[in-house]
Ligand binder design. Structure first.
Ligand SMILES: NC(=O)c1ccc[n+]([C@@H]2O[C@H](COP(=O)([O-])OP(=O)(O)OC[C@H]3O[C@@H](n4cnc5c(N)ncnc54)[C@H](O)[C@@H]3O)[C@@H](O)[C@H]2O)c1
Ligand SMILES: [Fe+2]
Length: 399
């Protein structure tokens, strides 16, 4: 890794260790989103803006929560303009509605897109003198966000518990990262009842996003006792439940297990970070509009194959924890089993092995952007250079 990137990474590691990350008050189980409404009322919310998307409104997921808030004494309005991988105009539109309606509380309901938009709207609202786009980067807002509550309807991003939010530039399609411990919500509800209608394809892709968070956090160079425990639990829950959740969306136990897995994995990577899978997946999302989870799912086996020697002991630990093998088999064989299980799960839940969209001419720029994103920010176990990264992306081309 270039020397400057090494220094940057070292500094970040010290900062990440020193900064405490608050944990949201968390309600779990069927109907927990309605219980959360009571808490929101108890925390003095007067008028809330619900940040969500049209599909969830049409599915009828938002109305009961809006009514429960009303019954608890919290006036509320709905902003349903969030689009997948939200762009800045989405944040600006939601912010304008928040201001026009004089809301004092933000409630994000949806996948990572709605939750991230909610986090940034709440931060921008509290920093009225700042253009929302200037919040890109680490802890850019002077003021803490308005009180924020998040209710995930996908089990994938873990945004309900992370210090991050991602908003894309509408012109360049570049993903802008907003990182701030204060955007972690005050409370969250992991309510499997909101997830039963999630289409199989979205369940599969978002579940593999959570798996990627857990594995990248575990094999990276910034582990801790806490992130190890969370990442291991998440990997096991996903291996045991994702296939069922995809095959039978109304299996409430599998849905709840996946919601917990996503939450654990979110907590793990919020401290231990992600790696090359995310760096490459972000380029595929930006360039071709491939959904975040799907891009991660396809890239994950490639990066694991590349890192299998450097990370063999950690992969072996995950294999043992998930019941794939025993100590005596040795790190190499156990790591192989873990990677094969990831590939098998991808196949079981209908994830392709590559993308037809990838154009050979685009590969050098995407590889370079992925390495710029990763080096100095992600504590990857094995350094990747431009040629290797290009070759990796080329292997993902489906002809
Ligand atoms: N903040 C973080 O820490 C973090 C981490 C990873 C990814 N992200 C970001 O999250 C975004 C992706 O989020 P996502 O993968 O959850 O997808 P998403 O929020 O974009 O949702 C995908 C689609 O699924 C639909 N959907 C969501 N829940 C549903 C349900 N219960 N039933 C039916 N349909 C449902 C949505 O309407 C949408 O059309 C990206 O912008 C990504 O960059 C953020
Ligand atoms: Fe992710």
């Amino acid at each position: 890794m270039p020397a400057l990137a090494k220094i940057k990474l070292g500094l970040r590691s010290v900062i990440m260790k020193l900064i405490a990350q608050p944990k949201p008050l968390t309600f779990v189980g069927e109907g927990s989103s309605l219980k959360l409404c009571q808490t929101i009322a108890q925390l003095d919310a007067r008028k809330a803006i619900i940040v969500t998307d049209k599909i969830l409104v049409e599915l009828g997921l938002i109305e009961p929560i809006s009514q429960a808030l009303e019954a608890a004494g919290v006036d509320n309005v709905i902003y349903s303009g969030v689009t997948p991988d939200p762009v800045w105009p989405v944040v600006e539109e939601g912010l304008a509605q928040l201001r026009a309606e004089q809301c004092d509380t933000v409630i994000g309901i949806g996948g990572g897109s709605s939750m991230d938009a909610a986090k940034v709207i709440a931060l921008a609202a509290a920093n009225s003198q700042t253009n929302p786009r200037e919040l890109t980067g680490l802890r850019k807002g002077k003021q803490a966000p308005l009180p924020t509550f998040l209710i995930p309807t996908t089990a994938g991003t873990g945004s309900e518990v992370t210090i991050a939010a991602v908003v894309s530039d509408p012109d360049t399609h570049e993903k802008n990262l907003i990182g701030d411990t204060r955007i972690i919500p005050k409370a969250t509800a992991l309510d499997p009842a909101l997830m039963v209608g999630m289409p199989a394809g979205v369940t599969a892709a978002t579940g593999m996003d959570a798996l990627t968070h857990a594995i990248e956090a575990y094999i990276g160079e910034w582990p801790s006792e806490e992130t190890d425990m969370l990442a291991k639990a998440a990997v096991k829950l996903i291996f045991d439940n994702l296939h069922t959740a995809v095959e039978n969306g109304s299996d409430m136990a599998a849905r709840e297990a996946m919601a917990l897995a996503s939450y654990y994995a979110g907590m793990a990577f919020s401290k231990a970070m992600v790696g090359y899978v995310h760096a490459i997946a972000h380029q595929l999302g930006g360039k071709y509009g491939i959904p975040h989870g799907l891009a991660n799912a396809v890239v994950l086996p490639e990066v694991l194959e590349y890192s299998k020697d450097a990370a063999s002991h950690r992969l072996a630990e995950l294999a043992i924890h998930t019941g794939l093998g025993e100590h005596y088999e040795g790190d190499g064989a156990l790591g192989r089993k873990l990677i094969d299980r990831v590939k098998e799960l991808n196949q079981q839940v209908g994830i392709p092995t590559g993308f037809e969209q990838i154009q050979t001419a685009d590969i050098p720029a995407m590889a370079s952007a992925a390495l710029t994103e990763a080096h100095g920010a992600y504590p990857v176990p094995e350094y990747l250079d431009q040629a290797e990264c290009e070759a990796m992306i080329a292997r993902l081309q489906l002809k």
